[in-house]
Design a protein around this ligand. Structure first.
Ligand code: ADP
Ligand code: UDP
Length: 275
């Protein structure tokens, strides 16, 4: 399946040639981000180094992939005690801003018992919590930029470890190749599949302008920046998984309930929640 996106009436196939551009951009990332985000990353690395001296921290962080099942992974601590023998299933939910990811995730949670982890919600909660990374995260979101992977992956890992569930919808992540590689390296988890909501920019723009959740980034200027970031950085991730046969593409232009019928057909591989 070729991953295509509608952009202002034109359809455009994002090919591997765009990857060279991506690599160049990543190379320039330090300057692009300015001093503050990188300082945050250095703080996290320093904190990690300090934590490694703490035996309890080491025990819970040392996630080991067990067994030979390639569809899902078992994660447990190095002592086998925490969080216990948990078989973790991860589905990444991707699509442009306003394509309806969050809306459909709520329905999947109700019907299939997944835990919904929205990377954007975790980042917004981190800002609200008064964390030392808060200002940096807030600035990145206002600019429609992607927060450094270390920050987002730490939040996702913590949420997975703290949850009693074993099935996760990770919504709005990974947004670039670095996100993807960092998540894989840190958690050793492979997604079962990628649910990809395909929607035109015109439709997404209308939806975002009507979302009305008081978000700093739902204004026309930031929305257009987010579309650009999605095409340049996020589509290559979807293409990467497409080449592995892991993308389940959904026509996200339809009404909400019709889309959920298509989503349900894809999730039929999982047992329905007993209501
Ligand atoms: N299929 C749809 N048709 C029309 N509006 C939708 C549809 N899906 C979601 N919406 C609305 O569009 C806005 C963005 O949806 P949301 O689920 O928050 O998108 P995302 O999580 O992808 O940014 C919300 O106000 C939501 O109610
Ligand atoms: O893994 C993530 C997820 C979100 N964001 C930031 O959070 C914003 C909002 O993302 P969210 O998924 O909440 O909303 P969407 O743009 O998909 O509607 C993005 O534009 C990014 O600035 C990020 O940096 N990394």
């Amino acid at each position: 399946m070729g991953v295509e996106r509608g952009t202002g009436g034109q359809r455009r196939t994002i090919k591997a040639k765009n990857r060279g551009e991506e690599d160049k951009k990543r190379g320039n990332k330090a300057e692009e981000l300015g001093g503050t985000p990188m300082a945050a990353v250095r703080r996290i690395r320093l904190q990690l180094a300090v934590n490694l001296l703490n035996p309890y921290y080491f025990a819970i962080q040392n996630i080991a992939v067990m067994g030979t099942n390639t569809d899902s992974s078992m994660i447990q601590d190095s002592n086998g005690a925490f969080p216990g023998d948990r078989k973790i299933t991860v589905v990444f939910v991707l699509g442009g801003p306003g394509s309806g990811k969050g809306t459909q995730c709520s329905k999947i949670v109700e019907n299939f018992g997944f835990t919904h982890l929205s990377a954007g919600d975790l980042l917004r909660a981190e800002i609200k919590s008064g964390s030392e990374n808060g200002t940096m995260i807030s600035n990145m979101i206002k600019e429609g930029k992607i927060v450094p992977s270390e920050v987002t992956v730490e939040l996702l890992k913590k949420a997975i470890l703290e949850s009693g569930n074993n099935k996760f919808l990770i919504d709005g992540f990974p947004r670039n190749e670095e996100n993807r590689a960092t998540f894989e390296n840190v958690t050793k988890l492979e997604p079962e599949f990628i649910l990809f909501f395909d929607c035109s920019e015109e439709e997404m723009e209308q939806r975002l302008l009507g979302r009305n959740q008081g978000r700093d980034d739902d204004n026309i200027e930031t929305i257009r920046k987010r579309f650009r970031v999605f095409i340049e950085s996020s589509l290559p991730v979807i293409e990467y998984y497409d080449q592995k046969g892991k993308v389940r593409k959904i026509d996200a232009m339809k009404p909400i309930d019709d889309i959920f019928e298509d989503v349900k057909a894809i999730f039929a591989v999982f047992p329905a929640k007993v209501l």
